[in-house]
Design a protein around this ligand. Structure first.
Ligand code: URA
Length: 428
C-alpha cells in the first residue's frame, strides 16, 4: 500500500469536487484506506457525491476497479482444462436466463463459474430461485467450486464476502447517500466482482426499460459501454447485449415458477422470448470462449438438461423432486376483448414481490412457491373474462396488494402490435 502520508482524503475530495482527475496511486490509497477504516464514512460519502456529479474517466475507472479488486481475493481458474466464461445480467423481471444458460454453455464445452446473488426489491435473485429445489445449497467453498467446474463445467453459487469487499462497504454507503445512480460507480461495482471471480471472458446482459435498473436505452448504452471498457482494460474479454425489459421475460416471475419455466426451456420448449435470449447469450459466450458449437443442438439433444441435473445434484439438490406448491392461487382476468399490446415489467415484478417472492430488506425470508404466472404474451388476442395472471402465495393476505400492483399492468387494444425485439444492441 502507498505511504498514507502522501495522500489526504480532504484534498482528494476537493480535487474531484472541482472536476480534476485522481491519479491511480491516489485511488488505490483511497479505496484501501476506506476499506480498512482509515478514511471515514463522511469523507467517502462526500467523494461518492463528487463522483456522482463529476464522473470518473476511463483511466480513473480502471484504477478504481483494480483497487476494489485488490481489497479481496481473486479466484484463479487457470488450472481448468476448459475455457471459462460468465454472464452477468443487470436484473429484470422474470429473468431466469441463468438457470438454463449455465448448463447449456457448459454442455457445449465451457466452464461457467456463475457467482450470483439474492434478490432485493422487485427483481428476483438467481439463488432464491434455485433454493426452491429441495436440498440445493448455494454456499460452496472455493475448492468445491473448482471441483464442480472440472467435473460438471457449470456452477451457480453464492459470491463469497471475500470478493472485492470494498464494494460491499461502498455500496452500503451509496445506498444511504443517494449515490447509487452513478453509472461509473455502478459499472465499477459490478465489474470488480465479476473480474475478481476470475473468468477469462464475460457477456453482459444490460436490461433497459420499466422493469430494469436503467430505464432508458441511452443510460443502458453508457453503462454497457463503460463495463465493456473496464473489462477490456482488465484483460477480460467483455461483450454486452442491451435487451428489453419493458415487458417481463417469459411467462413467470417468482422462484419455483421460474425454475419450472427454465426446465421447459431445457426440455426443448418454453416461451419463445426466453429461448431466443438464452440462445443469443449462449452464442456470445461460446464465441467469447473460442468454442465452435451450436447451442441449439445442445438444447435439442438433451445434453443441456443432463448438465443441469448434474449441476443440481453436485450442490445437494434433487432434480427429480417436486417443486414447492403455493397454498393459495388467485386468478386475474382480462377486462376487455382485444390484443395484448403492453405488459408492464415493473408492475409484474412488484406483484411477485408483494406475494412473497422477493424481500424488502436484506436477510428477509422469501417464499419458494410465491410468484406470478401468465398465459398470454404480447401480440396475443385475449377475451374479456379470460384468465390473464395467476397469483401464487402461501399468505392469503398478500393477494390484495399484488392485485393492486397489477391493476394497470396490461393494455388491451383493438389493433394488434408486434412485440419489440429482445436484443436491442450489441457492444464489444
Ligand atoms: N448492482 C451492483 O452490483 N452494484 C451497483 O452499484 C448497482 C447494481
Amino acid at each position: 500500500m502507498s505511504d498514507a502520508s502522501v495522500f489526504d482524503a480532504v484534498e482528494l475530495i476537493r480535487r474531484k469536487r472541482d472536476g480534476n482527475s485522481l491519479s491511480g496511486e491516489a485511488i488505490k490509497w483511497l479505496i484501501a484506506t476506506y476499506t480498512d477504516g482509515g478514511v471515514s464514512a463522511e469523507q467517502m460519502s462526500a467523494m461518492a457525491m463528487a463522483i456522482f456529479f463529476q464522473g470518473l474517466s476511463r483511466e480513473e475507472l480502471a484504477a478504481w476497479t483494480k483497487a476494489m479488486i485488490a481489497t479481496g481475493q481473486r479466484m484463479d481458474f487457470s488450472t481448468l482444462s476448459r475455457p471459462t466464461v460468465d454472464k452477468h445480467s443487470t436484473g429484470g423481471v422474470g429473468d431466469k436466463i441463468t438457470l438454463a444458460l449455465t448448463p447449456l454453455v457448459a454442455a457445449c464445452g465451457a466452464a461457467v463459474p456463475q457467482l450470483s446473488g439474492r434478490g432485493l426489491g422487485h427483481t428476483g435473485g438467481t439463488l432464491d430461485k434455485l433454493e426452491s429445489i429441495p436440498g440445493w445449497r448455494a454456499e460452496l467453498s472455493n475448492a468445491e467450486m473448482l471441483a464442480q467446474l472440472n467435473e460438471v463445467g457449470a456452477v451457480v453459487c453464492a459470491a463469497g464476502a471475500g470478493l472485492a469487499p470494498a464494494d460491499a462497504k461502498l455500496y452500503a454507503l451509496r445506498d444511504v447517500t443517494a449515490t447509487i445512480e452513478s453509472i461509473p460507480m455502478i459499472a465499477a461495482s459490478i465489474m470488480s466482482k465479476k473480474i475478481a471471480e476470475g473468468t477469462a471472458s464475460l457477456v453482459l446482459d444490460v436490461k433497459t426499460g420499466s422493469g430494469a435498473f436503467m430505464k432508458t436505452h441511452d443510460d443502458s448504452h453508457v453503462l454497457a459501454q463503460t463495463m465493456v471498457e473496464i473489462g477490456s482494460d482488465a484483460g477480460v474479454k467483455t461483450v454486452a447485449l442491451i435487451t428489453g425489459m419493458d415487458t417481463p421475460l417469459g411467462r413467470s416471475a417468482g422462484n419455483a415458477v421460474e425454475v419450472t419455466e427454465a426446465l421447459e426451456v431445457l426440455a426443448g420448449g418454453g416461451p419463445s422470448d426466453v429461448v431466443e435470449l438464452t440462445l443469443a447469450l449462449a452464442a456470445e459466450m461460446l464465441a467469447a470462449a473460442g468454442i465452435e458449437a451450436d447451442p441449439g443442438v445442445a438444447l435439442a439433444s438433451g445434453e443441456a438438461m443432463d448438465t443441469w441435473r448434474a449441476m443440481i445434484r453436485a450442490q445437494g439438490g434433487d432434480p427429480t423432486a417436486p417443486l414447492p406448491q403455493p397454498k393459495f392461487t388467485e386468478v386475474v382476468t382480462a377486462k376487455a376483448d382485444g390484443y395484448l399490446t403492453e405488459m408492464d415489467a415493473m408492475a409484474v415484478g412488484v406483484a411477485a414481490w408483494r406475494l412473497g417472492a422477493g424481500r424488502a430488506r436484506q436477510g428477509d425470508v422469501v417464499q419458494a412457491s410465491a410468484g406470478v404466472t401468465w398465459t398470454a404474451s404480447l401480440g396475443d388476442l385475449v377475451h374479456k373474462g379470460q384468465p390473464l395472471f395467476a397469483l401464487h402465495t402461501d399468505t392469503a393476505e398478500r393477494i390484495e396488494r399484488a392485485e393492486q400492483a397489477l391493476a394497470d399492468a396490461v393494455k388491451i387494444s383493438p389493433q394488434p402490435a408486434s412485440p419489440p425485439p429482445i436484443v436491442l444492441e450489441r457492444i464489444s
